[in-house]
Design a protein around this ligand. Structure first.
Ligand SMILES: Nc1ncnc2c1ncn2[C@@H]1O[C@H](COP(=O)(O)OP(=O)(O)OP(=O)(O)O)[C@@H](O)[C@H]1O
Length: 342
């Protein structure tokens, strides 16, 4: 079980140039704003869950993953992994968790560039104390699952960035950690490779009961993979199963999203008081509208649309992405300033 208890991180304020006396005086004299990354974040993750950490850029997702790896020390609060404090008792935690930072793939410098994929994987398996024959079986299984068998003898250096990312994702299948942290694991991947990675993540969960923490900006990915998600921006905004969050959103009766293509321009004010939310952009003489409405207003919207040259109209189901954009746009933290002074 993983438990985040009032986890808070404020980074020190950036140090500006101190070469002149005035800057130095300002630096020493004035309280400076610290940079908030996490503020009193509390939640629990059950064993075997795939748990999504969702938040806009700068929400604090990577900071959370780094605290789990004792790479960042929280300002206050704790993160417990199987009852152990991830920072203060990291020795007891480190053999149980494995983390992949999608954006900074080789943060731990595990891979040798001019060595084959297989040799790299064998070496890492040995580091983790996996017996030779078992390691070989696991490597073959991982390469097969990730469709990487033909890259076995290639130098790691010769692989494309996406392939390297896939090779990295072979590691949890080989190491089989209790807890796997995936920080944007599909960030550079094409749609086919992304699906192979999704399969591997689901396989880990199903076959080995791995507890998986996943951060992603791909809300579809979160909806497909995660049992539960936390939406946060430094502070918690919402938590629950993707389906539950969508249903909650629908209890606000924002249960319809109309995608409308109109020839020419429109007056957005026409929809005031009728649409809950409206996204619009124009391109090549057409206006594209995303209109979120309460069921009761459907007739009114259709009446307004008769004034325009509607080329296409689609009625789409609400997705986790809609919920995310809706609740994050009301979040006071989106442009938050630091709460603590140094
Ligand atoms: N080493 C650091 N020093 C100072 N501020 C930092 C540092 N690392 C992160 N921050 C700040 O902490 C906040 C949270 O950053 P973090 O990288 O955890 O967010 P994130 O949710 O992973 O963002 P993204 O989705 O863009 O990767 C941001 O305001 C960021 O600028």
């Amino acid at each position: 079980m993983i438990e985040s208890v009032n986890l808070t991180k404020f980074y020190p304020p950036p140090i500006k140039s101190l070469f002149d006396l005035k800057s130095l005086r300002d630096f020493l004299g004035k309280p400076r704003e610290k940079i908030p990354a996490l503020i009193d974040l509390s939640f629990k993750i059950k064993e075997g869950e795939i748990f999504g950490l969702l938040g806009p850029n700068g929400a604090g997702k990577t900071t959370f993953c780094k605290i789990a790896n004792a790479l960042v020390i929280p300002t206050r609060g704790n993160l417990y992994i199987n009852g152990y404090d991830s920072v203060k008792e990291h020795d007891k935690v480190k053999g149980k968790i494995f983390t992949i930072f999608g954006g900074e793939r080789d943060l731990f410098g595990l891979f040798q560039w001019r060595v084959s994929v297989e040799k790299n994987l064998k070496f890492i398996a040995e580091l983790w104390g996996i017996p030779k024959v078992e390691a070989e079986n696991r490597i073959n299984y991982a390469l097969e699952l990730l469709n990487l068998k033909d890259k076995k003898n290639e130098w790691y250096q010769k692989l494309s960035a996406g392939m390297r990312q896939k090779v990295y994702l072979a590691l949890p299948l080989i190491i089989q950690p209790e807890v796997l942290i995936l920080d944007e694991p599909t960030v550079y991947l094409d749609v086919f490779t992304r699906r192979e990675v999704w399969n591997a993540i689901l396989e880990l969960s199903k076959e080995f009961g791995t507890t998986i923490i996943l951060t992603t900006h791909n809300l579809n990915e979160a909806e497909v993979l995660c049992n539960r998600v936390l939406i946060f921006n430094k502070k918690k905004i919402a938590e629950g199963k993707p389906k539950e969050l969508i249903e909650k959103f629908q209890t606000l009766k924002i249960d319809r999203k109309l995608l409308v293509k109109i020839k020419g321009k429109i007056k957005i004010e026409d929809f005031n008081g009728i649409a809950e939310k409206i996204n619009a952009y124009t391109q090549n003489g057409f206006t594209y509208l995303g209109i979120y409405i309460k069921r009761d207003y459907l007739k009114d919207i259709l009446a307004i649309l008769t004034n325009y040259d509607v080329v296409d109209i689609q009625n789409e189901p609400v997705t986790l992405e809609d919920v995310f954009t809706h609740i994050c746009s009301f979040d006071s933290c989106v442009n938050s300033r630091a709460e603590e002074k140094s």
